[in-house]
Design a protein around this ligand. Structure first.
Ligand SMILES: Nc1ncnc2c1ncn2[C@@H]1O[C@H](COP(=O)(O)OP(=O)(O)OP(=O)(O)O)[C@@H](O)[C@H]1O
Length: 957
């Protein structure tokens, strides 16, 4: 598959925001409260030019944002008579392609999906299952397995769009008769191949048209059961989108802020549209009805923020590169092909090499046959010659015997015969016999010569056979064959013993060679599975490491999101407080109550947001817990993978190395978070100092006051928080590794995250309380970078250093806990437990209530204080406890309240444990109470049921 790599030139552009106000519907019986000053057609102004860019290879995203029933689906999909943006865009695309004068080839394809209850479905596939999102290094977020259909005309896409819409989940709710319960994304891809210029160049533009489900309040939609759950999911993903918009805005303004795209499928899909390579248009849809006022304001608020989001568009022009996965596929298929060819080649080669051998063997065989045949003929000839010679010799033996008889007969006849006629006849016969003998002797010599020639030929044939055998690999076989043949042919001719010996020797050599070869093959065969096992374990370990890394990333994201959520709620609560004050003031002065009503409405919105955020926070917390569980599982699986493999040491080191890398990432994240917390603390502190100054106190007075209260000024002036002396931010946040959280002048500082810290120290209160002998004043400290928490007593007395809890040592998989001995000062504690790491704890009850008590607290007071601290805190309520008569007063300051009027404190009557806000001093230290012990506490306004930090000051005496 060819892919396009975008060229380097980028253009930064801001998100275009258009607001569309629908007319009042028949169901709405209310006032039209929206006045549209500059009524223009949204499509002509904002969308058509963006779509023209898609033809030129740019990416574009258009999404409708608004509350339920505000007209998102109407704007995006529309009706037969009033087609929506999806339809109009498609027509524009095909019109532009039609009008294009170039000879370029266009290809249009589209996909259509919906995200319903955080699950992705293909709307172009009838009974499609769940689809997953994948992050591709080049293409960004892709939906794996999503059908992408090539289309030739707008009508065809409209057909698909209609069938897709019919599959989309809609419901009738109290707010909208056809309320979309899912987010729908239509993606149109235009690929343009430039035929004439560079044959290998293509341009590809993408247009994503998104119809979101609408945010809703359960009360408005009158929904329950599944609908309610759908609504919660819709709200959740829209909140995730809103959080992304907020974070992107922050990013633009302050250059920081993590953007929590991963919090929902919707935001992951829209990631490119919100911050990547995309020209993006947001259609903010609003209803004109007065009943929808809050939604309208909310939508406009986000629309206003979205205006500032910047994206970086670039033309997707490039040579047709091969995608990495395509490369991989090609490599794979080539490797398979190479393997196949090699095999084929080997086969062919073996056949080729076999053929010559066969040929040679055959040739040799036929040659051997010839030789054997010749040898056989030679042998036969020899036998014949020997037979003929034998007969010849026999004949001559007979001839010589007859000659002897004839010579004897002639001698006898010559003595008795007178005329010599018989002697003459006997003499003639004698001559014939003599001629025969002579002829036969001559023939015998010839036979002998022939026998000699035959013998010579036989030797030649034998040499030729030897040669044929020595030129061929199959020596043994041929030798045996030839020997056999020779034996067969020669019959009685025996094979010489040395031949047998040669045969046996060569066979033994051959056997040895074959055994060696076999052993080699076997060792190779047995080596292969071992390699495979190590490879398999390594790739399994890779998978587990990858999953662990994703798990860590997810956890970081969740914690970041939680952090941001808390911050948002802090602001919300602060706003709520302002609103309450403003309402109280207005109620006193206003006659018709219009402003009070508006403020009340706003108050409701803020309260809703707080509730939503709190719910989401709980969900995040659950996800963090699930994430932690998964992490433990992964760790176990890694351990198992290591223990199941022979290469344990190597695998263990590898896995430790990887896990340590991830732990490092987490620690870096924690440090970043703490920097943020420190930044917040400084802000709060600055506000506090400003407040004190604005109350008419100068630095000297404040210092005197602090001294009177037994606050060691040096302690905090030495810290990075320079207070009056130096209000600039100090870069040195470490301060000998100790950062006070809440001590004396730090009361009231905005320490939003401290509640996290206390959650993991559930056993903390009980332990510190049981010690009982601590001297006050106390400082609650934490050791930077190692997240150990301990108390520091100013007298550094015995048991002054108490490690509250060390977190589990994740890498080794074994938990450990340790309490410091009196001589274990922070640096020693740190050194003694170098592998400590943080686990951000879940929300829960704060446990600072049993923090510690001064020596003059009686058991009754302790209990009263403990009870008081366990009481839920509400806006404006004050909590404290009494000491012995006139010996203890309480002060409580809510952090997050930065204006003077919002600081509250109260003296406490003996025996009272929960105070109302009726005793409010406008001066931080009431003069007539300056000589008594103080309870100093701050609590997070975002968590009314828990204290985030507090401390107790004893009487200076
Ligand atoms: N511009 C418009 N002209 C006429 N009627 C409109 C217009 N916009 C919306 N409507 C009507 O308002 C009602 C709600 O619109 P729509 O379903 O598009 O809202 P929605 O924002 O998509 O809601 P939900 O989020 O619940 O899906 C519908 O009856 C629709 O026909």
């Amino acid at each position: 598959m060819p892919s396009i790599r975008a060229p380097a030139t980028k253009k930064t552009t801001t998100l275009t925001v258009a607001v569309k106000c629908r007319p009042l519907t028949e169901r709405e019986r209310g006032r039209d409260i929206v006045r549209v000053n500059n009524n223009k057609d949204v499509y002509e102004r904002s969308i058509s030019s963006t779509i023209a860019g898609v033809i030129q290879g740019l990416n574009a995203t258009v999404f409708a944002y608004g509350s339920t029933g505000s007209g998102k689906t109407y704007s995006m999909v529309g009706t037969q008579d009033d087609p929506g943006l999806m339809v109009l865009s498609l027509h524009t695309i095909f019109d532009l392609i039609k009008k294009d004068n170039s000879s370029d080839i266009f290809e249009v394809s589209c996909s259509y999906l919906e995200v319903y209850n955080e699950v992705i479905y293909d709307l172009l596939e009838k009974s499609a299952g769940h689809l997953e999102l994948r992050e591709d290094p080049e293409q960004g977020i892709v939906v794996a397995g999503l059908r992408c259909i090539k289309v030739k005309s707008a009508d065809k896409i409209l057909e698909l769009l209609n069938s897709g819409n019919s599959r989309r989940k809609t419901e009738s709710t109290g707010a909208n008769e056809t309320s979309s319960r899912s987010h729908a994304v239509l993606e149109i891809t235009v690929t343009r191949k430039q035929r004439n210029k560079y044959s290998n160049q293509i341009i590809r533009g993408k247009l994503a048209l998104v119809d979101l489900a609408g945010s809703e309040r359960a009360s408005e939609t009158n929904s329950g059961g599944q609908k309610l759950r759908d609504g919660a999911n819709i709200n959740r993903s829209l909140l995730a989108l809103a959080n992304c918009i907020n974070a992107l805005r922050k990013q633009q303004k302050k250059g920081l802020a993590y953007v929590p795209y991963r919090n929902s499928k919707l935001t992951r899909i829209l990631k490119d549209g919100l911050s990547g390579n995309s020209q993006t248009v947001m259609i903010a849809t609003i209803s004109p009805a007065n009943s929808q006022y809050h939604h309208t304001v909310n939508t406009l608020k986000y629309a206003d923020r979205a205006k500032e989001i910047k994206t970086h568009i670039q033309k997707n022009i490039g040579t047709i590169d091969i995608h990495m996965s395509d490369y991989q596929r090609m490599i794979d298929s080539l490797q398979i092909e190479v393997c196949r060819l090699k095999k084929e080649l080997a086969e062919k080669e073996s056949r080729l090499s076999a053929k010559p051998t066969e040929k040679t063997v055959d040739a040799e065989l036929s040659w051997l046959n010839i030789l054997s045949q010749e040898t056989s003929e030679n042998v036969q000839e020899r036998i014949n010659l020997q037979k003929a010679l034998f007969e010849l010799e026999e004949t001559n033996l007979r001839n010589r015997s007859e000659l002897q008889h004839l010579d004897d007969a002639i001698a006898k006849q010559q003595a008795i015969e007178k005329d010599g006629a018989v002697v003459q006849a006997l003499g003639a016969r004698r001559q014939v016999v003599l001629d025969n003998i002579r002829d036969n002797d001559e023939l015998g010599v010839n036979y002998q010569k022939e026998i000699e020639a035959n013998e010579k030929r036989r030797c030649q044939l034998q040499d030729m056979i030897e040669e044929a055998i020595s030129n061929n690999g199959n020596k043994t076989y041929l030798r045996i064959l030839s020997q056999y043949r020779l034996l067969k042919n020669i019959g009685t001719i025996d094979i010489h013993m040395s031949d047998y010996q040669r045969m046996i020797d060569s066979l033994q050599i051959e056997v040895c060679r074959l055994k060696k070869e076999l052993a080699e093959k076997e060792s190779r065969l047995s080596a292969k599975p071992t390699e495979k096992t190590v490879d398999a374990e390594l790739s399994w370990l890779n998978i587990l490491s990858q999953e662990t890394s994703e798990n860590v990333q997810e956890r970081i994201n969740l914690q970041k999101a939680l952090f941001e959520l808390e911050e948002t709620n802090l602001r919300n609560r602060s706003e709520l407080q302002h609103l309450d004050d403003a309402i109280a003031k207005q109620q006193a002065i206003e006659k018709d109550g219009a402003v009070v009503q508006a403020l009340g409405a706003r108050r409701q919105v803020v309260l809703d947001n707080i509730r939503d955020n709190d719910e989401l926070g709980v969900n995040y917390q659950k996800e963090i817990e699930a994430n932690e569980k998964r992490r433990c599982q992964l760790q176990d699986m890694i351990e198992e993978a290591i223990s199941n493999n022979g290469n344990k040491t190597y695998l263990r080191i590898l896995s430790q190395y990887r896990l340590l890398g991830m732990a490092n990432t987490e620690l870096q994240f924690e440090m970043a978070m703490r920097d943020q917390i420190i930044y917040n603390q400084r802000e709060a502190q600055r506000n506090l100092w400003n407040l004190l100054m604005s109350l008419g106190l100068d630095e000297k007075q404040v210092l005197e006051l602090a001294a009177k209260q037994g606050i060691a000024i040096e302690d905090w002036t030495r810290t990075p928080y320079q207070g009056l002396s130096d209000r600039r931010h100090s870069q040195n946040v470490d301060c000998q590794s100790i950062t006070p959280l809440s001590y004396g002048p730090y009361i009231g500082q905005s320490y939003a995250r401290s509640s996290w810290i206390f959650q993991q120290n559930q056993d903390f209160g009980a332990r510190s309380f049981s010690l009982g002998n601590w001297k006050l004043p106390l400082t609650f400290c934490r050791e930077e970078h190692h997240n150990s928490y301990y108390y520091r007593s100013q007298d550094h007395s015995s048991s002054a250093y108490l490690r509250l809890r060390s977190s589990e040592q994740w890498v080794s998989g074994r938990p450990s806990s340790q309490f410091g001995t009196p001589d274990q000062y922070p640096h020693k504690l740190r050194n003694s437990c170098p592998q400590m790491r943080t686990q951000f704890p879940p929300y829960g009850e704060g446990c600072m209530s049993t923090l510690s008590f001064s020596a003059d607290f009686g058991q009754q007071q302790k209990e009263a204080w403990t009870n008081a601290m366990r009481q839920p805190l509400h806006e404006g309520s004050l909590v404290g406890t009494s000491g012995s008569q006139d010996s203890c007063k309480g002060i409580i300051m809510c952090h997050g309240r930065s204006t003077p009027g919002l600081f509250e404190y109260s003296s406490l009557d003996q025996g009272s444990s929960l105070l109302s806000s009726n005793q409010v001093f406008r001066n931080p230290i009431p003069p007539n109470h300056s000589d008594v012990p103080w309870l100093l506490a701050s609590y997070s306004t975002s968590r009314p049921t828990s204290f985030s930090s507090c401390g107790i000051k004893s009487h200076p005496s």
